[in-house]
Ligand binder design. Structure first.
Ligand code: GRF
Length: 216
């Protein structure tokens, strides 16, 4: 399998991006990071990427009249940077079908819930309102509907009595920082195959959960 040349898309603080950068640096993920791209000039993650000596670029969605044109600009920047795999890491723009098609099975996302539960925004609030006992995070290939697609890996964390949105988000985020590098490593090592709409790890549907328990 071709070595991964990553484009990481962010909109904010970029803590998941930082986890990916650090894992690539210590050789835990067989990948190079060719570009960190943000749709917001004030994204804190840009400073993290710059400090790590990575190429960064800002493409502001407000500068484009519509989503397809904005997405075309992102696509162009990724291809100009010779990116062959995209990681969404807190990228807060919906992507058009054309863009998703162009990166089909070459783009993954992390979402802070145990999908298919609680896709979209306000995940933690909705999880608390639903009274679930376990929350968590999911790394998945990107499909047309928001926060859907073959699941590569999930990590579960308990919901504790007295949890607030903030305390739950913090517990899930710590799991995200372990899960995303692990999931990307599996992809980079060529161990993830998509069959139907399920992602198999080492040929087995259940392997991901066992392999990627963040407590390991
Ligand atoms: C994370 O919780 C991620 O799962 C979600 O947005 C948040 C981004 O945080 N999609 P960060 O920018 O990676 O710190």
């Amino acid at each position: 399998m071709e070595r991964l040349k990553l484009g990481i898309l962010i909109s904010g603080r970029g803590s998941n991006m930082r986890a990916l950068v650090e894992a690539c640096r210590r050789g835990a993920i067989p990948a190079d990071i060719n570009l960190v791209l943000s749709n917001r000039a004030d994204a804190g993650g840009l400073n993290v990427a710059k400090a790590a000596g990575l190429p960064t670029q800002v493409i502001a969605h407000r500068d484009y009249p519509d989503r397809p044109l904005f997405d075309a600009a992102i696509d162009g920047a990724l291809r100009a940077a010779d990116v062959n795999f995209v990681c969404l890491a807190g990228f807060m723009r919906l992507l058009s079908e054309g863009f998703i098609e162009g990166w089909y099975n070459r783009m993954i996302n992390i979402h802070p819930s145990l999908l298919p539960a609680f896709p979209g925004l306000d995940t933690h609030r909705r999880a608390l309102e639903a009274g679930v006992r376990f929350a968590g995070c999911t790394v998945h290939y990107v499909r047309f509907a928001t926060d859907t697609g073959p699941i590569i890996a999930q990590a579960a964390v308990p919901v504790m009595p007295g949890d607030t949105e903030e305390s739950l988000a913090e517990r899930v985020l710590a799991a995200e920082h372990r899960l995303y590098p692990l999931a990307l490593r599996l992809v980079g090592e060529g161990r993830v195959k998509i069959e139907g709409e399920r992602a198999l790890v080492d040929g087995k549907p259940a392997a991901a959960a066992a392999l990627l328990n963040p407590a390991d």
